[in-house]
Design a protein. Structure first.
Length: 398
């Protein structure tokens, strides 16, 4: 039991925050605070506060040494935004606890109401801790990557490559898999199942209190989905390209340094040989002359009216979007477009193809292209359109 008043403890933390900051840095680096290091820090700051640190439950003994209690360590960690990146194995524990609690909720849905409410609260708490952990990891990894890019620590190129490869292999790619909603074993996919179940029960459960608990859980999952989508985009659009660029640049520079160091063993290519070239073709004069000569002689042109009747087609966006969502996932979007137009209309036109292409920009679908793949040809009434192979799948929670 702490005898001091809460305001007294908060004022103590404010007054001696510099000391607590140093203790935090030592524990972050070494895992604990050696008793000798504690004495050095207190003496350097001219603060005789060891007894208060123990009395206010800020420090606790670990054998002859000390450590900051979790509540104060996490407080300082949050204030300074100096989070320790969690390994994917540490984050995966949330997947296990979420699965276990969700299974118990489904099995005990008609059992003791008090236990059911506590399980829903426990599940909500695990989801909150999971999203917080992902956000902390993203912040820490982004800071580490930017420091690596600017090379604040003056690392050599070889060490930069090793550091960048380490972040990709052990943190970024595994965390990206955890956030992949289309992966059957990912935590976000498990949260998708919880969301569907909570949405159903918040509308149909007979007990008002439990129905409200499911409703709170459902809206929490909607917010968690938005937060996790932001972190996923941060990983895929900013963090991973940044790390890959560091690794690639460092590999090129390292290889060039290695080449320069062994120049006496290898015949160097003629990299610095001067060469004169023009930004235009040597045949530009003849090509231009040939182009203009074709217009010297005017040929007779005949313009005939096209009396053929064409169907009037109005794009029903909601209809085709519903068909698209029901067909997900789709391996080849434009192949799907061709099948829809053949079924619904007499012919395929440029207008119809471009109208269906607009569905690719909807927020609730995710589009990926197959790199180095051949293009497909779509034959319309007046044209032949070359299109890429696009994969379309669901994006996020419902």
């Amino acid at each position: 039991m702490i005898k001091a008043e809460p305001k007294t403890i908060l004022h103590f933390v404010w007054s001696y925050f510099d000391v607590l900051r140093e203790l935090f840095d030592v524990q972050s680096q070494d895992g604990l605070i050696r008793k000798e290091m504690l004495e050095i820090i207190l003496e350097r700051n001219k603060r005789d506060i060891k007894s208060q640190l123990i009395e206010y439950k800020i420090l606790r003994n670990t054998n002859d040494d000390f450590e900051l209690r979790d509540v104060y360590y996490k407080l300082i960690e949050f204030i300074l935004f100096e989070f320790r990146p969690l390994l994917p194995e540490e984050i995966e524990k949330f997947g296990t606890s979420i699965s276990d609690l969700f299974r118990n909720i489904k099995e005990g849905i008609n059992g003791d109401k008090a236990i059911l409410v506590e399980r829903i609260r426990g599940l909500s708490s695990q989801i909150k801790e999971f999203t917080d952990s992902v956000e902390k990891n993203s912040i820490r990894l982004l800071n580490e990557s930017r420091e690596l890019k600017s090379n604040v620590s003056r690392l050599d190129y070889r060490e930069k490559i090793q550091r960048a490869s380490f972040w990709i292999q052990y943190y970024i790619l595994p965390l990206n898999s955890i956030l992949d909603v289309n992966h059957s074993e990912s935590i976000t996919n498990k949260m998708l199942n919880v969301s569907e179940f909570a949405n159903q029960k918040r509308l149909t459960f007979t007990d008002e209190g439990i129905r409200q608990s499911f409703e709170k859980l459902y809206f929490q999952l909607i917010q968690a989905n938005d937060d996790l989508l932001k972190q996923s985009k941060l990983l895929t659009n900013e963090l991973l390209p940044l790390i890959e660029r560091i690794r690639t640049e460092s590999l090129i520079i390292t290889g060039w340094i290695e080449f320069l160091q062994t120049h006496n063993k290898i015949q160097p290519p003629k990299l610095l040989k001067s060469k004169k070239d023009n930004p235009y073709s040597k045949r530009v004069y003849l090509n231009t002359k040939e182009y203009f000569e074709q217009f010297k002689t005017d040929e007779e042109a005949i313009i005939a009216d096209d009396d053929q009747q064409y169907e009037t087609w109005v794009f029903n966006k909601s209809k085709y979007k519903r068909k698209l969502i029901n067909s997900l996932p789709i391996d080849n979007f434009f192949d799907w477009c061709g099948e829809q137009l053949k079924d619904d209309t007499n012919e395929i036109t440029n207008e119809k193809v471009f109208a269906l292409t607009g569905l690719l920009f909807e927020d609730d679908i995710e589009v990926n292209s197959i790199t180095n793949s051949e293009f497909l040809n779509i034959k319309t009434r007046t044209s032949k359109i070359s299109v890429p192979i696009l994969n379309v799948k669901k994006n996020g929670l419902p």
